[in-house]
Design a protein around this ligand. Structure first.
Ligand code: G3P
Ligand code: CA
Length: 228
């Protein structure tokens, strides 16, 4: 039986503050095959690893990420000690120990992410298997595909699996990332028969993890890597 890939949601979100370097390191130490993270663009064009549009929920500051410079972003703290990382800082920490699922939170990030991936592949000995770019914003994914035909793409959906399958085929996507509650055994087979991998999110309860495994999904995005 093929192994199910363990993908750490926002790092090791069940154990460390989300989208921080310690969270990503913890995920790797827990045996992650991949880590998932979220990116926004700062005012001065840097790729910032954070889930929300604002820094309000996760840091001691307030503000909208795309209205803050990198220097301003770096002046705030998560849990009094952690900085908000840039995507480059995360990639340098990971250093090819697992793959990185970069979720584009909006279209503004697409071009910069493609450029960064190309830089790591050309100059730092990474390869395409180390990256998977996903988004709910399908225009952003289309932009990624337009800019680079080889980057592995994951189509995120929380609504319509059939539409997502059509779009994934159109885009020559590597994977489809459904809300796990949408997924059935039949859909898993249907997607895989089209040569597309299935990575449901965010699967945290043990019984849900077992159900996803019984469908033979290719990977599971979870806050609790040790439950897989
Ligand atoms: O990439 C899967 C999952 O992270 C999507 O939802 O809100 O946690 O970014 P969210
Ligand atoms: Ca995400």
């Amino acid at each position: 039986m093929n192994k199910v890939l363990k993908i750490g949601h926002r790092g090791a979100n069940g154990y460390e503050p989300e989208n921080t370097l310690i969270s990503f390191e913890k995920a790797i130490q827990m045996g992650a095959d991949g880590i998932e993270l979220d990116v926004h663009l700062s005012l001065d064009g840097h790729l910032i690893v954070i889930h929300d549009e604002t820094i309000d929920r996760t840091t001691n500051g307030k503000g909208v990420v795309n209205q803050l410079t990198l220097q301003e972003v770096k002046s705030f703290r998560i849990n009094d000690e952690q900085e908000i990382p840039t995507l480059e800082e995360v990639l340098d920490l990971v250093n090819r120990r697992c793959f990185v699922n970069i979720e584009l939170k909006n279209q503004d990030t697409a071009e910069k992410v493609v450029q960064l991936i190309e830089h790591y592949i050309l100059d730092k000995n990474w390869n395409h298997a180390h990256f998977l770019v996903s988004s709910f914003d399908w225009n952003a994914l289309q932009q990624v595909r337009f800019l680079n035909e080889n980057i592995r793409i994951g189509v995120l959906t929380e609504t319509d699996l059939d539409l997502a399958i059509s779009f994934a085929r159109f885009l020559k996507a590597e994977a489809l990332h459904p809300d796990f509650q949408l997924l059935t055994n039949e859909y898993t087979t249907k997607i895989q028969e089209k040569g597309i991998q299935v990575f449901p999110w965010t699967v945290n309860e043990r019984e849900d993890i077992q159900r996803m495994k019984s469908f033979k999904v290719n990977g599971i995005i979870t806050d609790f890597l040790d439950r897989i």
